[in-house]
Design a protein. Structure first.
Length: 79
């Protein structure tokens, strides 16, 4: 699966979870999955906890986060 196909799994709909990025329109947010991964919860455990998810959804979440971070710019404040 290429990057575009993965990123297409992330959806934003103002009527679902107040417009937060979700996975395939489900009521599972990118934020929920990122926080679970940050807490050290294994991918397999996440997939068991959310049986509607697929392994590619976890990849999509990570790619989405990486894309957001790659767009960040840090500016030095003049002193």
């Amino acid at each position: 699966m290429n990057d575009k196909q993965l990123l297409d799994r992330i959806t934003i709909n103002p009527e679902v979870m107040v417009g937060k990025p979700t996975i395939r329109g489900l009521r599972i947010t990118v934020e929920q999955i990122l926080k679970a991964l940050a807490r050290g919860i294994a991918t397999q455990e996440i997939l068991e906890d959310y049986p509607e998810l697929e392994p590619e959804d976890i990849q999509a979440v990570l790619l989405y986060a990486a894309e957001l971070v790659s767009e960040e710019q840090v500016f030095e404040v003049a002193k």
